[in-house]
Design a binder for this molecule. Sequence first.
Ligand code: NAD
Length: 507
Amino acid sequence: MQVYDANFLEALRAELAGKVVPHYIDGAFVESASGETFETLDPSSNRPLARVARGRAEEVDRAVRAARKAFDEGPWPRMPARERRRYLERVAELIEAHADELAALECLDTGQVLRIIRGGQVPRAAANFRFYAEKAEAAFDGRSFPVDDRFLYYTFRVPVGVAGLITPWNTPLMLATWKLAPCLAAGNTCVLKPAEWSPLSAWMLARIFAEADLPPGVVNVVQGFGEEAGAPLVAHPGVQLISFTGETTTGKIIMRTGAETLKRYSFELGGKSPALVFADAELERAVDGVVFQIFSLNGERCTANSRLLVERSIYPEFVERVAERARRIRVGHPLDPEAEVGPLIHPEHLARVEAFVEEAKREGARVLAGGHRVGEEGNYYAPTVLEVRPGMRIEQEEVFGPVLVAMPFEDEEEAVRIANSVRYGLAAYVWTRDVARAHRLARRIEAGMVWINSHNVRHLPTPFGGMKESGIGREGGEYSFGFYTEEKSVMVPLTDHPIPKFGKEEG
Ligand code: NAD
């Protein structure tokens, strides 16, 4: 792993300081028609990192028209799937070739630490493209229904059209590629609207698409704020699909905005996922898993196990072991290869996380670790463990920061009741050596994904998504093609089957 020295950083900062990060529309890097820009901040200092073109309805309209034209008239949906496959492979190679630069930009822009971004997220971005490159030739496969000797039905798939891809700020590179790769493999064209707090990796991706010679208009990137650029994208009649990852409340707004033009949605929304630890679990591994799954990615992680439920007989000891580890976590600069947790994305988000914890303290939460800012500069917040009661606001709502709330449970029934008592249902983690109980809980806990004796280890062919207010639909593997394609049904008679003869009968 490359370690970034001060000179490298200064050079990167200087390069960013002198320019406006542009949109990418119809194969060209352009600024907004109005010339408006906004600032993206470096979360480690809150100093401006770059100025970014501020897109509005006008830029969105241009981007959608370009995507529409590329879909209706361009080569992309018409070329043999194996050619699209080669483009996607090329994008994966370019992500790998630019991995150090991509990682540095992503760390500086999001505050996520190098070991996670360079070690995990950037390789995963390339893997997303490689995975869907391999799947490109199977994207349109269908089923056959050989009904009997008289009828055959079969299905096949076609691309849908133009997709609007809207991503959040926590892991923008990985999430953009997670949407772009299947969208493109299935022959669609798209407009990507990255989050305004972390816009830089989408610009790097656009440069990679340009370098890979993707036909103009196939991928467009419009930078800007949710209400100004996201909303017009959702409302645009030229867009059929909206793949959105972000907050549940935003998802509800988007659903209303897209109702007039009847969009098809894939929603990956918020979470408040539980980890259930039983007394018979392998406790040292459970500590590792729980600590990693809340504090990795600064706790700004949709599948974070932000609620820790522990069987009462081991509760005091187990929670103290978790708190002890939390106190020892290395909080540091995103580009410090030793750092495990970096600064939160934005001063507003830091204030929100802090407000959650302060309110919980007032309501009687006991602070077992952290519970305060770190340092004078930047948005650093200490890894925090709180003992709370079920039903408190901090136990019910997504904090999206390095804050774990802990509660004891008496038995399996109570554990399930607490686990299911939130409006979210994204992920769950069960730690037990009792095989039957583990599988029973996998069924009973209301979550789209359950990991047993494991942190969130992903396998790309499996479905990713949530229940309840954590989302609609599943992405991943061939599940993404269910969203990014239309399945058509064709019926063929194999004989001269009887057809009713209206108007032929004698009166
Ligand atoms: P957010 O909902 O505030 O913003 C997400 C994106 O939506 C941004 O690009 C934003 O500009 C855009 N947006 C905002 N208002 C819009 C509108 N009216 N119309 C169209 N677009 C609009 O979310 P965030 O704060 O960026 O991200 C954090 C949230 O994302 C958390 O709730 C987290 O759980 C969730 N998340 C979910 C997953 C998952 O897979 N389930 C993954 C990562 C993050």
